[in-house]
Design a protein around this ligand. Structure first.
Ligand SMILES: NC(=O)c1ccc[n+]([C@@H]2O[C@H](COP(=O)([O-])OP(=O)(O)OC[C@H]3O[C@@H](n4cnc5c(N)ncnc54)[C@H](OP(=O)(O)O)[C@@H]3O)[C@@H](O)[C@H]2O)c1
Length: 295
């Protein structure tokens, strides 16, 4: 019997979010009584509605996947970013204290400045470069400052998976209509498959851990390597060429190297996440198979 079996579990963003949908699947498999939300069913910035919802549902665990995740748009929407990425987790922390549920909140590799040569551990200082990174980091800090006993913060990165458009699904689509894709090669990170992240999140909760953790698939890649591997695995005839970030100007600054170390997660759970290349094959062959050209 796991902590999830028969438990009421809320997933904020579970009806529509990339990670939220993977968590709902994993939780349902684990026997949880899940309630997901999307912005049409619950405005996460309306604290009265949020309070009434949590009081009605009386969850044992709340997973918060809601965030302003559009990194470039966030540069011109700092207030919205602050409300979703900082104020919301802070409010959830207060509700966790009052109502006694375990809060599992997600954060990002973009809290780091990217100057490390190695993968970042949980001990290393954050120095975010963008509005998205800064507001997500403030959200983490507010929760950690509250010294809550029942809070787990999980930083993750470069998500791909079923249910919502993402970098890999976009590359696959573009590769079917273009001869060449030019993709940034001087930024490196930890590509992560949402069903794997959901499974490992549940393992971490099951272990009773609280505090700050990193969870990503093993290995590293540049955006260009991730695109090239996607095209190769899908068997598409498209050249993927490497460009530098300054050849593809975007609004928000991004870290050069934001790989995350999962040593702490492995120490606590005994589990090592599989390489992202293996996970990518599952995604392309299983979840995206209908989007690939037939034989
Ligand atoms: N995606 C990544 O590559 C990545 C990388 C590192 C960390 N993370 C973190 O992982 C967590 C989950 O990310 P994700 O990519 O799964 O998120 P997502 O799919 O972009 O969105 C999650 C949820 O946030 C809701 N939301 C966004 N803007 C909203 C608004 N203005 N008002 C109300 N609801 C709003 C979305 O509702 P709608 O469906 O209605 O838009 C959705 O349910 C986040 O904490 C994120 O910071 C993600």
């Amino acid at each position: 019997m796991t902590v999830f079996e028969g438990s009421k579990v809320v997933v904020l963003g579970g009806e529509s979010g990339l990670l939220g949908q993977a968590l709902m699947n994993a939780l349902q498999h684990a026997g949880a009584n899940t309630v997901g939300t999307c912005r049409a069913s619950l405005d996460p910035m309306d604290n009265d509605a949020l309070t009434a919802f949590l009081e009605r549902e009386e969850p044992r665990i709340v997973f918060n996947t809601v965030a302003h995740t559009q990194v470039d748009a966030a540069e011109s929407e700092p207030d919205l970013s602050q409300r979703l990425n900082t104020t919301l987790p802070e409010r959830l922390g207060k509700h966790s204290l009052e109502m006694g549920f375990l809060l599992v909140h997600f954060s990002t590799d973009f809290v780091f400045n990217g100057q490390n040569e190695q993968a970042y551990t949980e001990e290393e200082s954050a120095e975010p470069l963008s509005v998205y990174g800064k507001t997500k980091h403030r959200g983490e800090c507010r929760l950690l400052e509250m010294n809550l006993e029942r809070v787990l913060i999980i930083r993750t990165a470069w998500l791909f998976g079923p249910g919502r458009d993402n970098f890999v699904s976009k590359m696959l689509r573009l590769a079917q209509t273009r001869d060449t894709l030019s993709v940034v090669h001087d930024q490196t990170g930890s590509p992560t498959y949402t069903p794997d992240l959901a499974k490992h999140t549940l393992q971490l909760v099951e272990s009773g851990a609280t505090g700050l953790f990193h969870i990503v698939n093993s290995g590293q890649a540049s955006w260009c390597e991730l695109a090239a591997e996607t095209v190769r695995v899908a068997g598409l005839d498209c050249r993927v060429e490497a460009i530098n970030a300054d050849q593809y100007p975007v609004k928000a600054a991004r870290p050069t190297n934001s790989q995350l170390s999962t040593e702490k997660f492995t120490m606590v759970t005994g589990v090592t996440p599989r390489p992202w290349t293996q996970a990518l094959r599952d995604y392309v062959y299983t979840d995206l198979s209908e989007e690939l050209p037939g034989d």
